[in-house]
Design a protein around this ligand. Structure first.
Ligand code: NAP
Length: 320
């Protein structure tokens, strides 16, 4: 029987269980994909942590305990194994990237055909399965703040899954990039053409020293008060500060808040349009998808524990 990873209650990663399920069937406008690699993202553990009860409650179903909990895994890459009656642009055997999707922590997942893009042959399964959510978030943040040639952009959390892609995309767009990270990740950031600085007390002075001509835009992938306050101090135009995470103070500060919460910019349409571009740039090697660790499906809890610890340089990936 195909396996899926489900939370059995709200709580820590210890609530995750492997459940056997019947082989899924495609909807008329959808497909079934055999998952080869599923990206792990912080939203996955936040969904069953209890932090978003109102979001998770939308997924409730009266069928039973497991069905009442969120379906984990919002992106993957795999092979199409079944096609709905109304689908004309996918074939069995197609190698695809799937985003957005729900329930990709599984051997097989159903997805609307609109969530598929072709997986470039030159892109590995782990990279293809973990690129799009973080990459689209990074591109969305840079787009929202119009980062380009001549800018000096400060990227907080530059060594995380989103941050590493934002650093590369900003540098490729012609910006000078200053990225905050722990010391052990500084060489990696230099390789990616960024100027690394440590986060923590004294950040403002360190960034000023690294950018004597000033900072024109900031992307906060860290969500700390320090990241918000430093950005507000350094960037004159608040429309050129974006945060992908953090507290309600962000909205009050008048910056761009990217996310699915009330009043936030989800950017779904923009994100859909840039999926293929991201995949092509990753396949060509222009964009490096850095993988921190790959876990087998039945070690999803260990992957989440590593992610929750908060210092993984690159993506976590599950492989069935
Ligand atoms: N709005 C959206 O659409 C969206 C999409 C994706 C993610 N997110 C959110 O954005 C955040 C980052 O996601 P991610 O996938 O990049 O997470 P991640 O891969 O877990 O990266 C976290 C990074 O944060 C850095 N960090 C830890 N403490 C820090 C601090 N005090 N100051 C600065 N950096 C610090 C760590 O760097 P070091 O290892 O160098 O310490 C780590 O590499 C999460 O909260 C996630 O939920 C939002």
């Amino acid at each position: 029987m195909p396996r899926t990873v489900r939370p059995t209650a709200y709580g820590t990663p210890d609530v995750l269980a492997i459940i056997e399920t019947p082989m899924p069937r495609p909807a008329a406008d959808g497909v079934v994909v055999q998952v080869r690699a599923a990206g792990v993202n912080p939203i996955d553990w936040k969904l069953y942590s209890g932090a978003f009860h109102t979001v998770a409650d939308k997924h409730k179903d009266s069928a039973g305990l497991a069905e009442t909990m969120p379906r984990l895994g919002l992106e993957c890459a795999g092979v199409v194994t079944a096609i709905g009656a109304d689908v004309t642009d996918a074939r069995i055997g197609d190698e695809v990237i799937v985003y957005p999707v729900a329930g990709a922590y599984a051997d097989y997942v159903t997805a609307p055909a609109t969530s598929l893009i072709p997986k470039p042959a030159g892109l590995g399964w782990p990279e293809a399965g973990s690129l799009i959510l973080a990459g689209a978030t990074a591109m969305h943040a840079l787009h929202a703040t119009t980062v380009g040639q001549g800018d000096t952009v400060l990227i907080h959390g530059g060594s995380g899954g989103v941050g590493l892609l934002a650093v590369q995309l900003a540098a490729a767009a012609g910006a000078t990039v200053i990225a905050t990270a722990a010391e052990r990740n500084h060489d990696l950031l230099r390789e990616l053409d960024a100027l690394p600085v440590n986060y923590g007390p004294g950040l403002l002075d360190r960034v000023r020293a690294a950018a004597p001509d000033g900072v024109t835009a900031a992307i906060d992938c860290a969500g700390s008060d320090e990241a918000l306050d430093t950005s507000l101090e350094l960037v004159t135009d608040r429309r050129r500060i974006a945060s992908i995470t953090g507290t309600d103070r962000r909205a009050a500060a008048g910056i761009k808040v990217i996310g699915n919460g009330p009043g936030q910019d989800a950017g779904a349409e923009y994100r859909n349009t840039i999926r293929s571009e991201l995949a092509a740039r990753a396949a060509s090697g222009e964009l490096r998808v850095l993988i921190d660790s790959i876990y087998p499906l039945d070690e999803a809890a260990q992957a989440h524990k590593a992610g929750i610890a908060g210092h993984t340089p690159g993506k976590l990936v599950l492989v069935p």
